[in-house]
Design a protein. Structure first.
Length: 210
């Protein structure tokens, strides 16, 4: 009886080892993939940061050209490990966030997702060329709970300066609609994020006052 029990245990152990062989192969493959991603992480971050910093003014085709022929090639030239087919849209934002943006009205195409990334992750406040009002409608839904009581404003609103100062001092989003090719110089320091440090606060500078 003891010999049979031992044999049964040996058989069970052998079967367990065999069943785990597939897992061992998968774990080994995952470990190699994670090591490769870790090695390329600095380069991928550099490429993605460059995308956010420089891609805003360009269309989808030229953004690809900028990434492949300039940013990526520069990383390769400097021997910086980087993912050759890196997609900033999937590197910088997860599926859940994209799904949320889609539910708020942002289109699902890659260009729109890129624009969503630029709006939410760029360090400067964005100036959007939006002839179909897609971005505008998305932002209105996205920031509905955060807007000041008056909601959005326009470039020719008589109290635009006061609205800007209130929104910036209170940390509120402000959507200025109907901006044309000629901008009020008052907006220059805002778009350029021209601020000075006073204590722990960033103070907005303009031509008249802080």
């Amino acid at each position: 009886a003891t010999a049979k029990a031992t044999a049964d245990k040996m058989t069970a152990a052998t079967n367990l080892i065999k069943s785990l062989e597939g897992e061992r192969i998968r774990w080994t493959s995952d470990a190699k993939r994670f090591a490769d991603r870790k090695m390329k992480l600095v380069g991928d971050c550099a490429l993605s940061c460059a995308f956010v910093s420089y891609s805003g003014p360009f269309n989808h085709e030229f953004r690809k050209k900028l990434q492949q022929e300039y940013i990526l090639s520069d990383c390769i030239k400097r021997d910086i490990p980087v993912t050759l087919d890196l997609n900033p849209s999937t590197f910088l934002v997860d599926d859940a966030t994209v799904a949320e943006w889609n539910s708020q009205g942002l289109p699902k195409d890659d260009l729109s997702i890129q624009n969503g990334i630029l709006v939410t992750q760029a360090t400067r406040w964005p100036l959007l060329i939006d002839p179909q009002a897609q971005a505008c409608n998305w932002l209105k839904r996205r920031e509905a709970k955060n807007f000041p009581v008056w909601g959005t404003t326009t470039l020719n609103h008589p109290r635009l300066r006061d609205q800007l100062e209130f929104a910036m001092s209170e940390g509120k989003p402000l959507l200025v609609e109907g901006v044309q090719e000629e901008l009020d110089p008052m907006l220059d320091p805002v778009l350029e994020k021209n601020t000075v440090k006073k204590g722990n606060n960033d103070i907005w500078k303009n031509s008249d006052k802080n």
